[in-house]
Design a protein around this ligand. Structure first.
Ligand SMILES: Cc1cc2nc3c(=O)[nH]c(=O)nc-3n(C[C@H](O)[C@H](O)[C@H](O)COP(=O)(O)OP(=O)(O)OC[C@H]3O[C@@H](n4cnc5c(N)ncnc54)[C@H](O)[C@@H]3O)c2cc1C
Length: 410
């Protein structure tokens, strides 16, 4: 067992912890304690290994991408905005490209470039990184923290907990930080898998796995009442539904809810009227040809027609009013019951975490334990897909790092 003394100890070498370390003003000694042998394991997986770092647009518009918690994040997002984040990496030699949908990726399309850049800066700044140090316990003795990790003991005047959420546990994020925070007196909003795919009780569209829909509409119904509605890209998978429309709205869903999907983004009544118009006076036209303008793949169109109990090659003249209505339901009100939402193994983020009411949004310091800071997904923050989670991790990390040795209010 070794005993170490630092001014600041940062727990967790993910994007939040590394960015926090790099924003500590020059002077104090700092150490990053990482549970595993490799830092930034989840960061390496982001954007399918390409790292969707952040999104384009005004940082003020980011807030609505964090559910009800965007307002709380405002000081952190303004302290390190999307533009600042891009500039931070550009100054260190990383070039970026932005997709037409406004997603920023490193030009190399290698998330490893982002991790390597952070680690190179850590070395340049002389900040220690101790690997294989799973922190199990934090004590407070005479205004100093005593951190037990991997058999060693670290004493520090301030600590930043940046241990992430609980999703993709193989990357090291297993809810340790929430347990450490609880032991220090903090309240934890129950952890739930977020950005998770949906498995329906029945999946008649399973053979269409891989088909997507650029813009679909989603209505979430619970006990017969509409509880949420949204629009966005939808992906059909072997087990159910995914894509931004499902992932971004999973935090509003529960098993047992009915999801009403509209693959055609016009209202049902309008779609029905268009169908009847398209077949009027053209009795010989095949049913599959009157839905050609729905903007979906041929396979998906034909599967939806079959789902309505209609032969796609049948003649439109044979459709009764009820059959037209069934067709409109299949395209504009495709109902599924949620059997399960993806668990922590498949979810890309964790909702819940350290309660935001107990953390100062202007500094990321605990309101309960002076000198204790939080950053990243350990907090009760989860964002939409598209770079918003990394932006939140980097922004809260930078703010915690900058604030960590400021004089504390008495
Ligand atoms: C597959 C996948 C793809 C994603 N893609 C994107 C994307 O493209 N864009 C985007 O914005 N977001 C993406 N995300 C989400 C994003 O990766 C996370 O929100 C972000 O990594 C959170 O950063 P963090 O630093 O808070 O936590 P983490 O990245 O989870 O890092 C926490 C670190 O703390 C360490 N740790 C945990 N417990 C301890 C302990 N007891 N002692 C010491 N160390 C500990 C862990 O080992 C880990 O290294 C993706 C997530 C996944 C799973």
């Amino acid at each position: 067992m070794e005993r170490h003394r630092f001014d600041v100890a940062i727990i967790g070498a993910g994007p939040a912890g590394l960015m926090a370390a790099l924003h500590i003003p020059a002077g104090p000694t700092a150490v990053v304690l990482e549970k595993g042998a490799r830092p930034g394991r989840k960061l390496l997986l982001t954007g399918a290994g390409q790292c969707n770092l952040t999104a384009a647009g005004d940082i003020g518009d980011f807030e609505h991408c964090y559910g009800d918690h965007g307002r709380w994040l405002r000081p952190a997002l303004r302290n390190l905005s999307n533009r600042d984040l891009i500039t931070f990496f550009e100054r260190r030699g990383v070039a970026f490209s932005c997709t037409p949908e406004g997603k920023y990726f490193p030009k190399s399309l290698r998330s490893a470039e982002i991790v390597e850049t952070l680690l190179a800066d850590l070395r340049r700044r002389g900040i220690a990184l101790h690997r294989d140090r799973p922190v199990e316990r934090i004590g407070v003795v005479d205004d100093r923290f005593v951190v037990h990790g991997g058999g060693d003991i670290y004493e520090a005047a301030a600590i930043i907990i940046a241990t992430g959420g609980k999703s993709y546990p193989q990357t090291g994020s297993t809810g340790d930080g929430q347990r450490l925070a609880t032991a220090l007196g903090h309240t934890i909003v129950p952890l739930k898998a977020a950005l998770a795919p949906v498995t329906p009780a029945e999946h008649p569209l399973a053979p269409l796995a891989g088909n997507s829909c650029e813009e679909a509409l989603l209505t979430v119904m619970r006990d017969g009442k509409k509880v949420h509605a949204a629009a966005g890209p939808l992906l059909i998978t072997h087990t159910g539904f995914s894509g931004p429309l499902i992932l971004d709205n999973a935090r509003r869903m529960e098993p047992g809810d009915t999801l009403c999907l509209a693959f055609a983004t016009v209202r049902r009544e309008e779609f029905l009227r268009d169908l009847i118009d398209a077949s009027r006076g053209r009795g010989a036209i095949a049913v599959k040809n009157i839905v050609k303008d729905a903007g979906l793949t041929k396979n998906l169109r034909e599967a939806l027609i079959r789902h309505a109990g209609i032969d796609p090659d049948g003649r439109a003249a044979e459709l009764t009013r009820d059959r037209f209505a069934a067709l409109a339901d299949a395209f504009c009100a495709f109902a599924i019951t949620i059997k399960t939402l993806g668990g922590f193994e498949t979810a890309m983020a964790t909702s819940g975490g350290v309660a935001l009411t107990e953390v100062d949004p202007k500094t990321m310091m605990s309101k309960l334990v002076p000198g204790l800071f939080f950053a990243g997904e350990v907090l009760d923050i989860d964002g939409d897909t598209g770079g918003y989670n990394l932006q939140a991790a980097f922004s809260t990390g930078a703010l915690a790092g900058r604030s960590v040795l400021l004089p504390r209010p008495v």
